[in-house]
Design a protein around this ligand. Structure first.
Ligand code: KG4
Ligand code: ZN
Length: 342
């Protein structure tokens, strides 16, 4: 029920292959509905044109059921937040056009949200998880981005390091594809690695300046190992699947954790967090938690369901924006495939 002073925001996410809508009352999620897209599975990755068409099919039922589950009517909404970018342009256009039209019809603000900032702001959704105090260091790891940020407020993000080529999620997905696992490969590797030996196979770690990352050399190293060993034994992948998953996961996570620790040490900030799809990875979560004892850090992970793409993170980002500025936004603001953190 909406009482005086409550702010109700609808958040719409459509940057990649999940159509998601959430309703937030202040910082409390009332509903979060996501429709995934099975259509990409057989291609081993997201096909942009198919993604936009699936968003068109899903967006009305997804928004409708989010409103229904939240038990509110469109007229209770104070604003509609949507992902403006970065992401697949066709997919972004579906969500942003829908959000702007709906906001115009209701005469409420349509709030553009930066997808990567929203991943970080998922920490502030009301839940049982601890919320990081400002400033904190955040490692944001998704299918398209890998960034280390110093976060000084809900509006102040300083990029300290990022990937120079593939993203961490992409490294998981590509390694999985090479082993014949289905897309998205990250969760599959996570699951299979539980029974494997982290140290069975070792890979050369990339040498990159500062706090940046590179995963393309690792991808090549992994492919070379599979090719070389499969020539000797055609069943190599099948016979070593658990160890291959555990070893590649271990290498990716160690690269991430090392830079995260360096960023925290350099900036002398002991509050350290992760966010984004890859923060659902059980080994990364464990390694982050271990830094509490090894380095004296305080660590933070968003609630599990808000790690991978979701409307709730767009809604909380919209909530912060709305608190700052309640006025209508220009509807000429357009979806952007590439959008710097600035
Ligand atoms: O943030 P996200 O849902 O979408 C983007 O913004 O890209 O991240 C998706 C990425 C995919 O690469 C997926 O394989 C990865 O997150 N991912 C995982 C796990 N769950 C999702 N990677 C490793 N372990 C997981 N458990
Ligand atoms: Zn994402």
């Amino acid at each position: 029920m909406k009482t005086k002073g409550d702010i109700l925001i609808l958040g719409i996410e459509s940057s990649c292959d999940d159509t998601s809508a959430a309703v937030i009352k202040n910082d409390n999620i009332l509903a979060n509905v996501t429709a995934g897209q099975e259509v990409h599975k057989i291609y081993g990755g997201v096909v942009p044109e198919l993604a936009s068409r699936a968003h068109q099919k899903h967006i009305v039922p997804v928004v409708h059921s989010a409103l229904q589950l939240a038990g509110i009517s469109t007229h209770d909404l104070d604003a509609i937040a949507y992902t403006k970018g970065p992401g697949l342009l066709g997919s972004l256009l579906v969500g942003s056009s829908f959000a702007k039209s709906m906001a115009q019809a209701l005469n409420i603000p349509a709030i553009p949200v930066h997808h990567m900032k929203a991943h970080v702001l998922a920490h502030f959704i009301d839940s049982n998880e601890k919320k990081p105090p400002f400033p904190f260091i955040n490692l944001t790891v998704s299918g398209g981005h890998t960034q280390i940020l110093k976060v000084s407020s809900a509006f102040d993000f300083e990029l300290m390091g990022e990937t120079l080529d593939d993203a961490a999620g992409e490294a998981f997905d590509k390694a999985a594809k090479m082993m014949g696992l289905s897309y998205p490969g990250g969760p599959e590797i996570d699951r299979l690695a539980q029974n494997g030996n982290n140290l069975k196979f070792t890979f050369t770690k990339p040498r990159v300046d500062g706090l940046n990352f590179s995963f393309s050399g690792l991808k090549t190293g992994f492919k070379n190992l599979l090719d070389r060993e499969s020539r000797k034994n055609p069943d190599f992948i099948k016979e070593n699947l658990y160890d291959l998953c555990a070893s590649i996961q271990h290498t990716i996570v160690e690269i991430l954790i090392e830079n995260l620790i360096s960023a925290a040490n350099q900036s002398q900030i002991t509050h350290v967090a992760i966010a984004g799809g890859v923060s659902a990875n059980s080994y990364l979560r464990r390694r982050l938690r271990e830094t509490e004892t090894t380095h004296g850090f305080k660590t933070y992970i968003p609630p599990f369901e808000y790690c991978t793409d979701n409307g709730a993170m767009i809604a909380i980002a919209g909530y912060f924006e709305y608190l700052k500025n309640k006025s209508l936004r220009p509807l000429t603001d357009s979806a952007t495939a590439r959008w710097q953190m600035e």
